[in-house]
Design a protein around this ligand. Structure first.
Ligand SMILES: NC(=O)c1ccc[n+]([C@@H]2O[C@H](COP(=O)([O-])OP(=O)(O)OC[C@H]3O[C@@H](n4cnc5c(N)ncnc54)[C@H](OP(=O)(O)O)[C@@H]3O)[C@@H](O)[C@H]2O)c1
Length: 215
């Protein structure tokens, strides 16, 4: 695996790009306004980075990251995402995204909404409970007792293994929550949302998390 496709090149997308390039990947970045608006970021990232349209970022990548405001997922290049392993960093902020009944009722999760839109893709929750700026700055080598853990969730074990390998190369342990329906355990307003925790600490937190209503 060598190329990461990024759809949404704001806080999360740009910082995953920084970390991925430091780890030796090539990165295709995209946003809603067009590749020319990413010129400064591409200049900063260097020769391993290229700005493209979202459909190209999806089609030409070995692994795709979706990091857009949740309300924008219907505008993604859904056909190009079919067959891909798609990391979903999205969170639900009703003030930004509008109210989404299935989330308000705790009948779905943000990642299940994306998976429902692209049934032929394999969606894996990732990067949603870490502050964007900490992605390129808090990774540590495997085996370091302080190594940070990040949760993943998804319905396909091979896709999760691919994402876990990517996280490992960026300096993070992956903790598997199970299917996407369990990803609420690291969504907004949970104790795992934000703090820097090791694998043991995250595994201790997860069973204690209570599902609250998002307001
Ligand atoms: N910020 C964090 O620390 C953080 C942490 C964890 C998870 N998250 C979640 O990750 C997601 C992204 O957050 P962010 O802070 O990175 O947002 P952001 O800084 O506002 O960036 C959003 C990006 O998405 C792009 N975008 C919007 N609509 C698009 C579309 N239809 N097609 C392609 N690209 C589109 C935007 O492009 P334009 O600028 O061209 O419109 C922009 O590059 C959100 O769901 C957020 O809740 C954020």
């Amino acid at each position: 695996m060598t190329t990461i496709g990024i759809i949404g090149s704001g806080n999360i997308g740009s910082n995953v790009a920084r970390a991925a390039i430091a780890a030796g990947y090539d990165v295709l970045l995209s946003n809603s306004r067009g590749p020319e608006t990413l010129a400064d970021l591409i200049e900063e990232l260097g020769a391993r980075a290229e700005a493209v349209q979202p459909a190209q970022a999806a089609a030409e990548a070995d692994l795709v990251l979706v990091a857009v405001p949740l309300r924008a997922i219907r505008d993604l290049p859904l056909d190009a995402l079919a067959g891909k392993v798609v990391m979903d960093a999205n969170n639900y902020y009703p003030q930004r995204d509008g109210r989404i009944a299935a989330l308000d009722a705790n009948e779905s999760t943000t990642s299940q909404l994306l998976q429902d839109l692209i049934p032929a893709a394999r969606v894996v929750k990732a990067f949603n409970h870490i502050y964007a700026r900490e992605i390129p700055t808090t990774g540590l080598p495997a085996g370091d007792p302080e190594r940070r853990a990040l949760a993943i969730a998804g319905g396909d074990d091979a896709a999760k293994a691919l994402v876990a390998s990517f996280l490992d190369s960026l300096g993070f342990d992956a903790v598997d929550l199970g299917p996407l329906s369990e990803s609420w355990r690291v969504e907004r307003d949970t104790p795992a949302y934000g703090p820097r925790v090791t694998r043991a600490q995250l595994e201790a937190i997860l069973p204690t998390v209570e599902r609250v209503r998002q307001i």
